[in-house]
Design a protein. Structure first.
Lengths: 79, 453
């Protein structure tokens, strides 16, 4: 999972794709994942970081992360 | 360090220029209690899905409706429409409040008798009454509402054969300005059929014409239509008095008052558009009081209101089975109840609330039931918080028609619980079991074995 290089994200969860002009909003956990992706963290590192911060078990989060990845793909945010 | 409450990650595309003037509707105010009973404990104790009925709300509705009519008109009687919800516990709440019974089939008639309703306080409607049922109703002095000529002539024959004089009314259909007209039931007013039937009854001398009945439709949004119906029935009652010197004892305007549910396709929610019972009462009582009857000849006004008295007393609790995304990216949430339990999902965009607190983020989704059928849709589009497997939901205003029209299809029908006026819970219908389902099945001998056994 790799963010397109030109995607702009803010700490408040605002996402802008200058290629298409589309903007998006993410919830706080979505924002956290996006910032980890910006830092080019591995999937394992994302899972560990989020599960340490949020009250969620790993399998639940992995399922939801798959879902989040498909949202990002559908919206043209991933490479 | 305490961990942060989890919700699944989402992103939402920001659109401009699409909102209507009312903004987007969201239904994320959590409903954690029904009356004072926690949803969580109801589901833990009685399972999911679960129908819940508030006795307090039924009584409130009934008392409110009777107050509205009785403060406008001196002689009013409600008759509980069994088909709307014939759970015996529900019927008994209405009967305790003073409601008669209005039934449309032989089995509903037996149910009313079983609930201790005296025969003379049962109104027997509908096009399907057998000879045996007609004789029984006549012997019990029930009010038989004749639907068609075949029934009229059957009843005349049965009365002569059995030396009975049943109390009858005829059902009358008419043009009240509402389309489609419900002209498949009863005798038509405009073409003179109703008057012919009245004449035939009075001339028969073995039927006692005591009332006139109409039921102009269902989920009626126009009080004026009831004004037209009341005018037509009063006109007939007046004519009967003039021509035959016979006083009609009651006028029965049937049911049809809407609840605050939102019909599919409606632009505004039902709670904002549905007329109040006061408006219907004004339309009806103004006509009868203004028609010119002598005080002693004023007919009893009977109302067979169903939906408006029970819908908001019923809730369906359920659980999220899964959350997924469809091929076009839309969110789909799969629930443990579908159109088999929530039959009214075919007609209404039911209000659905989460039963637990959520964050601020919401998303548009489709709510699907658990059936292996494409039509099993609870809501085609609804904005809800981010739902997860195991979350509970509350569907509102499901008291009418679901517990009578529900289908035993693919899943078994769930428990129904009533919360009494002291907030104690009682199972009023047990969840079905395979044993219950199969008790009437019979397998021919040659099919009892198979090689797979």
């Amino acid at each position: 999972m790799k963010l397109k290089k030109n995607i702009a994200t803010s700490e408040e969860g605002f996402i802008f794709n200058p290629g298409t002009g589309d903007s998006f909003s993410a919830n706080p956990i979505g924002t956290d994942i996006l910032s980890l992706l910006k830092e080019e963290k591995s999937l394992k590192s994302i899972v560990d970081t989020i599960c340490a911060k949020y009250d969620v078990d790993q399998s639940q989060f992995e399922k939801d992360l798959d879902d989040f990845e498909s949202q990002l793909k559908d919206n043209g945010i991933l490479e | 360090m305490e961990k942060i409450r989890y919700e699944r990650p989402i992103i939402q595309k920001m659109n401009t220029g699409l909102m209507n003037k009312f903004g987007t509707r969201t239904e994320y105010e959590p409903v954690t209690h029904i009356e004072s009973v926690p949803v969580k404990s109801l589901i833990n104790n009685y399972g999911s899905p679960l129908f819940v009925i508030s006795e307090k709300q039924i009584r409130r509705n009934y008392q409110n409706a009777t107050r509205i009519f009785k403060t406008r008109y001196p002689k009013v009687q409600f008759a509980w429409s069994y088909k709307t919800n014939y759970m015996n516990a529900v019927c008994q709440v209405f009967h305790q409040e003073g409601s008669w019974a209005e039934v449309v089939s032989g089995f509903e008639y037996e149910k009313a008798l079983g609930n201790g309703v005296p025969g003379n306080k049962i109104i027997f409607n509908g096009p399907d009454k057998t000879d045996e049922q007609l004789i029984k109703a006549a012997r019990n002095n029930s009010l038989i509402h004749i639907d068609h000529y075949d029934e009229l002539y059957s009843l005349i024959r049965l009365s002569e054969e059995n030396k009975l004089k049943p109390r009858v009314a005829i059902r009358i259909n008419m043009d009240t300005g509402i389309y489609p007209k419900w002209d498949r039931f009863g005798f038509n007013f405009e073409n003179g059929q109703a008057w012919n039937a009245i004449t035939r009854i009075i001339n028969s001398e073995c039927l006692d014409l005591v009332g006139l009945h109409c039921h102009i439709g269902t989920f009626m949004l126009s009080p004026a239509a009831y004004g037209v119906a009341a005018t037509n029935l009063c006109e007939l009652a007046w004519k009967i008095k003039e021509k035959y010197n016979k006083v009609i004892q009651y006028i029965d305007l049937g049911g049809g008052f809407p609840s605050a549910n939102t019909l599919k396709g409606a632009y505004l929610p039902g709670s904002d558009t549905v007329p109040s019972i006061d408006q219907f009462a004004d339309a009806i009582t103004d006509v009868i009081l203004g028609f010119g009857f002598k005080h002693e000849d004023l007919p009893l006004l009977i109302l067979e209101t169903g939906r408006a008295l029970i819908d908001d007393a019923g809730y369906l609790l359920g659980t999220v089975l899964a959350s997924k995304r469809l091929s076009d990216g839309r969110r789909a949430t799969i629930l443990d109840f579908g159109v088999n339990s929530l039959f009214t999902a075919f007609w209404y965009d039911h209000k659905v609330s989460p039963a637990q607190a959520f964050g601020n983020h919401t998303e548009e989704m489709i709510l699907y039931g658990p059936l292996c059928m494409n039509i099993d849709i609870v809501r085609e589009s609804i904005t809800m918080p981010l739902l997860e497997k195991g979350n509970h939901l509350v569907v509102h205003k499901v008291g009418a028609y679901n517990m009578t029209q529900w289908m035993q299809f693919i899943t078994l029908r769930p428990n129904i619980v009533m919360i009494d006026t002291e907030n104690k819970t009682h199972v009023i219908r047990k969840a079905e079991t395979l044993e219950y389902l199969e008790q009437n099945e019979q397998i021919p001998k040659h099919l009892k074995e198979n090689p797979l056994k």
